[in-house]
Design a protein around this ligand. Structure first.
Ligand SMILES: [Zn+2]
Length: 197
C-alpha cells in the first residue's frame, strides 16, 4: 500500500535539495503583482504604479501617430526659417523669412538660423522649444508647439467609444499647429466638458 507524504520544505519533486541561489532567483523573478505593495512596504521602495491598460495603449498609439508620415510631414511642411540675433542677455531679435520682424524674450537660444512654427489660433511665430528657468534656478526645456487634432481624438461629450473610432480620428483626423498657451486653453475647455458629463 502506497501512502502520499508531504515533501519536506526546500526539497524539489526530484528529491534534490534546492540551492540558496535557486531560491533567490525564483523569489526575484516570480513577483506576484498583487503582493507588490507588501514588498514595497517591506523594502521601503516606491510601490509600482497600477497598470492601466487603456491609458498605456492610448499613450503608445499617440507616440506611433507622431511617426506616421502624413502626420510627421504635416508639421515638417509648416516650418518657417528665421534669422535670430541675440541683442541682450534676455532678448532675441528675430527676422523670419516671411518678412516678419520682432523681439522675443529668450535667455538661452544662440544667434543663427532657427526653425519656427505659426500658431493657427493666435497667428504668432514660435520656436519649437524654449528654455525656462524654474524656481530652484535650474533650466528646463519646454515644448512650445503642439500638433493638435481639430476634432478631439476622444470626443469630450461621449468619451471613449471604441478603438476603431479612436485610431481613425488619431490617424485621419484634421490637424492644426497650436502654440502651448492656445493648446492649453483648448484642452482645459475639453476637460471641463468631460468633467461635466
Ligand atoms: Zn497661439
Amino acid at each position: 500500500m502506497t501512502r502520499s507524504r508531504a515533501r519536506p520544505a526546500g526539497q524539489s519533486v526530484t528529491g534534490r535539495k534546492r540551492s540558496a541561489s535557486y531560491r533567490q532567483r525564483t523569489s526575484s523573478t516570480h513577483k506576484d503583482p498583487l503582493k507588490a505593495g507588501a514588498t514595497a512596504k517591506r523594502t521601503g521602495r516606491k510601490p509600482q504604479k497600477e497598470l492601466k491598460f487603456h491609458d498605456f495603449l492610448q499613450q503608445k498609439l499617440r507616440n506611433v501617430a507622431q511617426k506616421w508620415p502624413p502626420i510627421y510631414m504635416f508639421k515638417n511642411d509648416r516650418k518657417i526659417w528665421a534669422t535670430v540675433q541675440r541683442i541682450s542677455a534676455t532678448e532675441l531679435h528675430v527676422i523670419a523669412d516671411t518678412g516678419e520682424e520682432f523681439i522675443v524674450e529668450n535667455s538661452k537660444a544662440t544667434s543663427g538660423r532657427r526653425v519656427m512654427y505659426r500658431c493657427e489660433y493666435c497667428g504668432l511665430l514660435w520656436f519649437e522649444r524654449s528654455w525656462v528657468q524654474c524656481k530652484n534656478g535650474k533650466w528646463r526645456k519646454t515644448s512650445d508647439i503642439a500638433l493638435d487634432h481639430i476634432e478631439p481624438v476622444v470626443d469630450p461629450y461621449t468619451g471613449h467609444v471604441s478603438w476603431d473610432k479612436h485610431i481613425d480620428r488619431l490617424f485621419h483626423g484634421a490637424m492644426q499647429l497650436l502654440c502651448k498657451p492656445c493648446h492649453n486653453l483648448k484642452s482645459d475647455l475639453e476637460n471641463q466638458i468631460r468633467r461635466a458629463q
